[in-house]
Design a protein around this ligand. Sequence first.
Ligand SMILES: [Zn+2]
Length: 546
Amino acid sequence: MILKEHELLQIDEKFICRLREQDPDALAGLSIKLVSDLKEAVERLNQNPSNSSRPSGSLAPWDKGIVNDDEEVDVGVDDIDDESTIDEKKVLRSETGLDKEESLDTASTPEEDSLQSKESTEQRKPGRQSGSQGFGRTQQLAVSGTTHHACGSCSACNEDITAVEKAYTGFHTVNIEFGNTDSPGVRLINIRHLYYRGRCPKCGLENRTEPWRAPAATADWKNVGMTQWRLIGPDLAALIVYLSMDMRVTRRKVKQFLGDVLGLNLSIGTLQNCIVESARALEPVEAQLIDDLCSASLMHADETSHNEAGKRLWLWVFITASTALFLIGRRTKEIFTHLFEALTDFNGHLMTDGYSLYRAYPKRLRCWAHLLRKAKGLSESYTLTSQTYGRQVQDSLNALIDAVYQAREGPDRGMVSIVAHHQETLKNLRKVCEAMAASSHKKTRELGVEFLNDWEAIFRVLDYPAWPLTNNEAERALRHWVILRKITQGTNSAQGSRALALFASVFATCRLRNSSPLVYIRDVIHMRRQGQDVPKLPQIPGLVAA
Ligand SMILES: [Zn+2]
């Protein structure tokens, strides 16, 4: 939108008639801006899930249509109050010089009022309390630069108003500046942002610039505002996220690190706020991840348990050679069905373990490592037939693995199909599995049934020996987050889980693409705080979707 609400309020019939008298060309210019804004507003009105970008609405696609039988009311350390409008103002007020020059607008905006009144009616939350000690009361930093957000020209008539405009409000942003190859290192900077207003001498419109603010918190991001008015700058925010997620540093230790290394005192609540806001900023990246996953020919899927405020949930990963998508949810059919609705364009093969839900997907590959592990277990059992069965499965699979490896190496081996060459092995294995599917020994029976259920998925790789035999990719991708789970004991709310999954997806994808997640997350935060779209994920040069 070109015209701000504040400016639009002043434009009425009288204003337009006056402008027509003064400068008809300026009126034409204003009409063009108004039409452009009107079109944008109408388009926004007409937006619905079928014509706007995925994931639509406020819920993740895999959560849609699921009856919420456990309505979230928990407030954990993942839920934070908005520190910025309080602390940042304190910082600003304590800045001498600014107050002398300009009378600062210290009245709260309606948004801030509603936030503050909400805080007072809610129960005490973990994390920083409003009124507790935070940055601004304890620390004064020298101002290293000022960014002037001036109007320049009048929104209505384009008249140059630089001479009459004055700063009316502002805030400070603490950020870090990365050095370059000549002068490496990290420097802490404190930038003063000033916003200007001024009455146009020609048409009388009072123009003003305002820090951008996200229209409203969505259902997924309760109390998580997104705005330019932030104490922590995008580079520092990205560093905090990087330390917490990629380096697996606890909030307390991040606070300690920033104090020891940068000499910056930030409260745990401020850090927490910054992390959740960054997660909200990353949310639209998911649509890009889904598109990229869909274009792959091979995808791995796996899941591991996740603890959310004492509830047992699952952390899922869907990973291709260059993209990873993490989700946290229940291990139910709904989640899987809805995920595949989101991944409806995916037409490649899916590598999984034996978990029955995956059977819904027809073009599936099975991880052989799981089968070999089970066969080894049987070969060490105390039942003679189970021992023999276990050994036969091991021998058959090992022979076939050798064949796959040979096929990968030599071009001439491709002439004879592995299936044709090992017909006898496969026939005998099938026969013994059919017999064992009726065994009275539980584990033996289970493995027999598993082979019969998944026969095609298990041996599909024999026709495509270049494909993997194990689900290592997915298991490796989960490992980092399993360690983080052990350190943090999981998440405390649905919002915290959503944030964790978003971070995991972006970090893993950037790593797969040999690109710095720190830089990408910085760019996302920077753009989103100004109301702009997320930048494109780093691409692998020369990578063509198969
Ligand atoms: Zn004007």
